[in-house]
Design a binder for this molecule. Structure first.
Ligand SMILES: [Zn+2]
Ligand SMILES: [Zn+2]
Length: 457
């Protein structure tokens, strides 16, 4: 069980939607602020923040280099390829080569090249440990789910790197980190916003066909794909698992309807707020956001979609650079399937985030030209059902943005505006909503407790 990094504190650390701090300490709501936690804040002192950030990252990389046993990891890779020898250059340097390592570093994973003697190159994708890292059991579930998801995608013919093996810290192979071994694709991340209309159409056509393949291999449950045979297990999610009741971890799902999925997820958010493990900056407003969403979502989704039983895989970070392409814009592979979820079909095929227009962030629900184009492509491929998922995709986008950002009310404002627009309320105002919601839910025990705490501070 994960507890606060302050000595002798047994509280659970706060879960965050984004990595904010410049240290990697996991702190509870009580110890998150000064004098216990006095790291420089980016908004107060940018230079000091950057300095501290670089120091933390360097420390992490040096520790990682010391922790991964080069010989063991190379041996594991070698044994998976008929004992062809290999080396992992980043790990044999005399000191951690910070520039080189951090280039391969994403928010959640570090990627190391594995070079075989016959010039084949693999990647070791290694989970990082930072302030937003969940407990080991959840980390392990996320890794196993990503591995199983990549296997499933390989198997149904969606372009992804082939995976060769994985390891968990708890395994006795001596590698001592969570990792997945996969092919390194010779391709570049898609730069969607630099493409002209014809180039975009070319990519969208390929994406549409990939989505049709995913639809053809649908599931009867919602959750995340797990070992061993593309069966559905609990959601692989960094934030959404039950608070630490009785020192036991309780992941969410799988479920058999979108209604169950959303009810359980939103209620879990509300309980996390109650237990001060989520949304600790302004818990009252965050509570009202989730409470409002719980009542509002059934009114913006068609009834038939809530109890239907078709679920498909959706990438959770489809901002564009998850697609690797060659010079001709052929999709060579789609990467970063961490946290991917099998969700209701209407959610799975709402447009990828890279197609959303700028006005989306201001609360507008109008579709972008790219979304219209994707819908037309589905129509031309004889798939009006998929076109409909794109045209009605805003309900998904607003719900998922509110779910993910509800711990930061300010970031939620445009999405709440968009949500109410979908409910037919075009002149919605944040302040009016907040005071109405306070009145509407005032009898709820959790809200009363949160309001009392607010008075005390
Ligand atoms: Zn800090
Ligand atoms: Zn604490």
């Amino acid at each position: 069980m994960l507890t606060c990094d302050i000595l002798d504190c047994h509280n659970a650390p706060v879960r965050c939607s984004i990595a904010m701090g410049c240290c990697h300490r996991r702190l509870c709501s009580k110890h998150q602020s000064p004098p216990f936690h006095d790291c420089p804040k980016s908004e107060d002192d940018w230079d000091a923040f950057c300095k501290a950030f670089v120091k933390t990252e360097t420390g992490e990389l040096v520790a990682l280099q010391q922790r991964i046993r080069h010989i063991q990891l190379a041996n594991v890779a070698s044994s998976l390829r008929n004992n062809i020898p290999c080396t992992i250059p980043a790990l044999v340097a005399a000191t951690a080569n910070r520039c080189k390592l951090s280039k391969m570093m994403g928010g959640m994973n570090v990627h190391l090249d594995i070079l075989f003697d016959d010039h084949v190159v693999w990647l070791a994708r290694i989970q990082r440990t930072t302030a937003v890292t969940p407990p080991p059991v959840v980390q392990n579930h996320i890794l196993l789910s990503e591995f199983a998801t990549l296997k499933y995608l390989n198997c149904i013919g969606v372009p992804t790197p082939a995976v060769h093996g994985y390891g968990l810290t708890v395994d006795s192979n001596g590698v001592d980190v969570n990792y997945i071994l996969m092919d390194k694709l010779q391709a570049f991340p898609l730069e969607w916003y630099d493409l002209g209309p014809d180039q975009r159409r070319r990519v969208l056509h390929q994406l549409a066909n990939i989505f049709i393949t995913l639809d053809r291999h649908s599931f009867r449950q919602t959750g995340s794909i797990i070992q061993p045979h593309a069966s559905i297990g609990a959601f692989a999610d960094r934030v959404i698992f039950e608070p630490n009741y009785y020192q036991k971890l309780n992941l969410l799902g799988p479920f058999t309807s979108l209604r169950q999925h959303l009810d359980h997820t939103i209620n879990c958010n509300l309980r996390l707020i109650e237990y001060s493990e989520w949304a600790v900056d302004d818990p009252v407003t965050s509570y009202l956001i989730y409470r409002t969403l719980l009542d509002a979502y059934p009114r913006i989704l068609p009834a038939e979609s809530m109890d239907n039983e078709i679920f498909c895989l959706r990438h959770q970070d489809d901002k564009g650079d998850h697609i690797l392409v060659n010079d001709q814009l052929d999709i060579i592979g789609i990467i970063d399937w961490e946290w991917s979820k099998v969700v209701a079909k209407s959610f799975a095929f709402a447009a990828p985030l890279m197609l959303l227009p700028l006005a989306f962030d201001e609360g507008s629900n109008l579709l972008s030209q790219d979304e219209e184009e994707l819908a037309r492509i589905f129509d031309s491929l004889g798939r009006p059902d998929m076109a409909l998922c794109v045209r009605h995709g805003r309900a998904y986008h607003r719900i998922s943005f509110i779910l993910d950002n509800g711990d930061r009310p300010e970031a939620c404002k445009p999405h709440m505006k968009g949500l109410f627009q979908l409910l037919g309320n075009d002149c919605w105002e944040w302040e009016t909503w907040r005071s109405d919601a306070l009145r509407m839910y005032q009898s709820e025990h959790t809200l009363q407790v949160l309001l009392d705490n607010e008075v005390m501070h």
